[in-house]
Write a protein that binds this ligand. Structure first.
Ligand SMILES: *Cc1c(COP(=O)(O)O)cnc(C)c1O
Length: 195
């Protein structure tokens, strides 16, 4: 089997370039000036509908989405947040940025969260971030069961996982909040961006 060339980007489709040009001409790039149907509002509505979620909020990056998720949970300063040992640097950075403390959970050789270590560390934390790395989805049944029983909120870092499912449920909609990236290497390339 030959792998796709992962070192060159796909070009932006013509229809998207046309839309970008139309937006640049209007000068109306975000949500503030359009009386309704601002481009970013249309994206949020379409994304929420696609995911079957009540709300979607577009932001500058998945890092910003993770940071805002922690703030939205109203965690006290220095709250401990459980994150997988195999993740992206933005995850512990977002935790520190939100004035919380990252606590590392072991992952197995298959890149999935080690549930024994997860269960052992859960009582010491106030929130959990699960990173679904490169399509290797952790056991969301086991994670949600433990977290629901303990009343601990789960944030899904779905930066790599737009469009993937766990037992028929969309990744990013299983926890309390799901965070997605539109950075160039992720499923949808907006240069930078998140939701
Ligand atoms: C890329 C990435 C992020 C951060 O996304 P940005 O949009 O670049 O801030 C978070 N988590 C994982 C697993 C990532 O790969």
């Amino acid at each position: 089997m030959s792998l796709p060339d992962m070192h060159s980007a796909e070009s932006i489709p013509e229809a998207a370039r046309f839309e970008i040009d139309r937006l640049l001409n209007s000068g109306d790039l975000f949500r503030y000036t359009a009386p309704s149907d601002a481009p970013v509002s249309l994206l949020e509505n379409e994304f929420a509908e696609l995911m079957g979620s009540k709300f979607a909020l577009a932001v500058s990056s998945c890092s910003a989405a993770l940071f805002l998720s922690l703030k939205a949970l109203d965690l006290p300063r220095d709250a401990r947040v459980l994150i997988p040992g195999f993740t992206f640097a933005a995850v512990p950075s977002a935790v520190l940025h939100a004035e919380c403390l990252p606590v590392l959970c072991e992952v197995a050789e298959n890149y999935r969260i080690d549930m024994a270590d997860f269960a052992a560390k859960l009582p010491s934390v106030r929130a959990v971030i699960v990173s679904h790395m490169r399509g290797h989805t952790s056991d969301m049944n086991a994670i949600m069961e433990l977290c629901d029983a303990a009343g601990i909120p789960v944030i899904e870092d779905a930066a790599h996982s737009l469009g993937t499912t766990w037992n028929g449920r969309k990744i990013g909609t299983i926890g309390k909040i799901g965070c997605f990236s539109f950075q160039s290497y992720k499923m949808i390339n907006a240069g930078e961006g998140g939701i």
